[in-house]
Structures are given as C-alpha cells and as structure tokens.
Design a protein around this ligand. Structure first.
Ligand code: SF4
Length: 231
C-alpha cells in the first residue's frame, strides 16, 4: 500500500458517523468492567509492548503469587519481575508497578484510586500521570474502563485509524489526539468507539497493508479517497 497522506481538499468525516458505521458493522460491543482502578493500572502497565494474552498471563501470575496489591507494593522487586516475565520488559515494568502502588499509598493513605471518581476528568488525568510509566493513554484507560469516567484512550490502533480516516490531522501526536477525539464524540460513545476502532485497526486497518477492500469506511476515509482519486 502507498504511504499515508491526507487529501487537504477533502471534508473531514464526522466521528459520530464513523462510530455508527462501525457499530453497524461489528455489532454491539460486549464489555463489562471487571477490574478495580488499581488492578487496571497494573494491567495497563503490563500491557506495554506485549500481547493481551501475555499481559493477562503476567497479571494472573502476579495475583496468584502475591495475593493482594498491598503484597505486590511491599514485595521484593525481583519476585515481581519473575512473576511478570512473560509480559516482557519485566525489569522496567516491575519497579514501575511497585513505585506506582507505593505512590498511591503515600498520597492517599491507602492503596485505592476510588477517590478519582469525585474529581473532574481533567484533574483525575493530571493526578494519574504524575506516576512514572503512566501516560495519557494509561490514565484514560483507568478512567474509562474502571471508573466509568468520560476519557478517550488513544493507543497505537486508534491513533493510526483515526489519522487515516482524517479525524485527526496528519502528524498529530497520540497525546493531542486524546483531546481532539474527546471533543468530537459524545462521552457516552467513548467506550464503544474506542473498542471498535481498536478492532478496526487489528482486523482491517492494519499498520501494513490495510485491507481497504474489506472495510466498511471506504466512503468516509480520507486515506482511501485520496488513493482512489489518484487512480
Ligand atoms: S478504508 Fe478502512 S482500512 Fe482502508 S485506510 Fe481507510 S479506515 Fe483503513
């Protein structure tokens, strides 16, 4: 496939229209919250540069071996590292997890992030990204998935697909894309829109060789339209 370029003459598509098209194409999203905010934080740190399967294996081993998040916080870094090795980058992730759990306890007097519910989203995000290894994506995942707050996480798939679709301008950073996408979609759509854009990116709009021929968004897509116009 040719390199990514957006035709500047093209009217940007509506994010809400794209969200509705994806919902119609993939069907309703089945998702139920299952993790506490602290568990979501640990899981998201583990997810960096690995597959969902290995993230979950590492997460389950950590829980089995330590029992509680307090035990992980107070545990031996080498033990944490060994438990999460399957997720990769364990020498980096183990101290990050431990430091984040210690930070929360120091600041709040207990190992809980439930207090964030009472904060405005922007403030809660700022609080979370104080922790090393917690960027805007991780913060938004915690806010959206475990606290039910209106934040729109932008991972590599969401960043790529929304760039190609023209929902965010070319060369927009993932960090900036969080704010741009939040402004374009109603908050009640964030969770489904986020999950469907990830699915689109994994199954169809792949980084290399996007399967445009199988994509329901051809008519809304700046990338596709540009190359169609070029013949
Ligand atoms: S048509 Fe679909 S698969 Fe092709 S670039 Fe656009 S969003 Fe991606």
């Amino acid at each position: 496939m040719k390199p990514e370029t957006r035709n500047p003459k093209q009217t940007p598509p509506s994010a809400l229209q794209i969200h509705r098209q994806l919902l119609a194409f993939f069907g309703p999203v089945n998702w139920r919250p299952s993790l506490t905010p602290v568990a979501e934080l640990v899981s998201t740190i583990l997810s960096q540069s690995t597959t969902d399967l290995n993230r979950d294996r590492a997460f389950n081993r950590l829980r089995e071996q330590f029992g509680t998040w307090e035990a992980v916080r107070d545990g031996d870094a080498a033990g944490i590292e060994a438990a999460i090795r399957v997720a990769g980058l364990s020498r980096q992730k183990a101290p990050r997890i431990k430091a984040a759990l210690q930070f929360i306890t120091r600041q709040q007097g207990e190992l809980s992030l439930d207090f964030l519910r009472a904060m405005p989203v922007a403030e809660a995000r700022v609080w979370l990204i104080q922790m090393k290894g917690v960027g805007p994506k991780t913060a938004s995942i915690i806010l959206l998935f475990s606290l039910g707050m209106p934040a729109f996480p932008v991972d590599t798939h969401v960043h790529r697909t929304t760039g190609r679709l023209g929902l965010v301008p070319a060369k927009t950073s993932a960090e900036k894309a969080h704010h741009l996408l939040e402004a374009q979609l109603p908050p009640e759509t964030y969770l489904e829109a986020h999950l469907n854009l990830i699915r689109l990116g994994r199954e169809i709009c792949r980084a290399r060789n996007p399967r445009c021929e199988a994509c329901p968004l051809q008519n809304s897509c700046a990338y596709f339209q540009h190359w169609a116009d070029c013949g």
